[in-house]
Design a protein around this ligand. Sequence first.
Ligand code: ZN
Length: 94
Amino acid sequence: MTTETKEAVATCETCRAPIYEGEQVCTFYADVSFCVAHAVKRSDELQMLNETVRGWHSPYENRDYDEADLLQRVAELELQIAREGDGPAALVTA
Ligand SMILES: [Zn+2]
């Protein structure tokens, strides 16, 4: 028996690729995960945040937030996109 078989901690919703512990995973939505290639884009997050600010809907259904946090996140994202360009959002290490 080898111990090389690692158990995936998540599966990409788009390509079904297994995501292993220590890898980057997009956890933007509470109930689904995405690999880095299929992660939610910063521009998508920014658009959703702006819609939330306008009172349309919340992208963070399962998270607490208040308007000040939201506006701060919008400002951070705009800065980040301006500095680094668009890219995957909400990446954490699995
Ligand atoms: Zn994927």
